[in-house]
Design a protein around this ligand. Structure first.
Ligand code: HEM
Length: 234
């Protein structure tokens, strides 16, 4: 195992996670006016409705699919689904979500590059993050035929073992050496997206998930002067 391989799969994940967490915290603390999704809906609605919805449905599915698929320990599911079947489910579900996301993201990218008003009002990072997400998505889709050719589920077990070791601070990248190049580039670029996250509009993802807290928020107590009563309103 060479030095570069150890760096990218044993050290780089921690650099990216640290920058992702500390960077997000610092940006939220220091720069709240820039903490937004920066919607361009006011400039042009065309392509946004379909592009943004397809992209978000696809990416959220892929996000949760990757998290659950990679981080669930093997013993949790081994009694009711074999690794081969689990991999097949991941390939089919990931393929469908990836395709939806690809169509949406390509529309968003097209709109951002070719609409002069949106192009002019885009920050460099807006374009950069769309291009990186697009390349990452294409790489993910390229891995599908490779996974289909290892239908016994071994590739998925190698990847999830690596991810679980990272999250439990026991890094070991030896298993990844034999993987085909698209997997490795997909992993490195995926980690890079976490690295870039705090410096881009992607910070809105925190807020997207944060809105779930609204369901649990306490009642507001509203005191009516006229009736002198405490009212509970949502
Ligand atoms: C957590 C739930 C999420 C919510 C509520 C949300 C919401 C939004 C909103 C309101 C916009 C502005 C564009 C528009 O008006 O449609 C936007 C744009 C964007 N979002 Fe999200 N988002 C979420 C998750 C994500 C995720 C997981 C990613 C990718 C990792 C992402 C990447 C983007 C990108 C790249 C844009 C810019 C698209 C463009 O070129 O206009 N979002 N999001």
């Amino acid at each position: 195992m060479n030095l570069l391989h150890s760096f990218f799969f044993s050290v780089y994940p921690y650099i990216c996670l640290a920058v992702f967490l500390m960077g997000s915290l610092a940006r939220f603390d220091r720069d709240q006016y820039t903490w937004k999704s920066d919607s361009s809906q006011l400039l042009r609605k065309g392509q946004l409705k379909w592009g943004s919805n397809l992209f978000h449905v696809g990416i959220l599915f892929l996000f949760f699919g990757h998290s659950v698929g990679l981080l669930t320990p093997h013993w949790v599911y081994e009694s009711f689904i074999s690794p081969a079947d689990k991999q097949l489910v991941a390939i089919i579900a990931g393929g469908v979500a990836g395709t939806l996301c690809f169509i949406g993201l390509s529309m968003l990218l097209h709109r951002r590059i070719f609409d002069p008003r949106i192009r002019l009002t885009s920050h460099r990072t807006d374009l950069m993050i769309l291009i990186i997400l697009w390349i990452q998505l294409v790489l993910g889709l390229i891995t599908l035929p490779f996974s289909l050719s290892h239908s016994d589920g071994t590739v998925m077990l190698v990847l999830s073992d690596w991810a679980q070791r990272i999250f439990t601070f026991r890094p070991d990248a030896a298993g990844l050496v034999a993987l085909a190049w698209p997997y490795k580039v997909h992993l490195v670029l995926g980690m890079t997206i976490f690295f870039l996250f705090p410096f881009s509009r992607l910070v809105h993802v925190w807020s997207g998930f944060g809105t779930l807290a609204y369901v649990l928020r306490p009642y507001q107590v509203v005191r009516s002067r006229r009736l002198g009563l405490n009212k509970r309103v949502r």
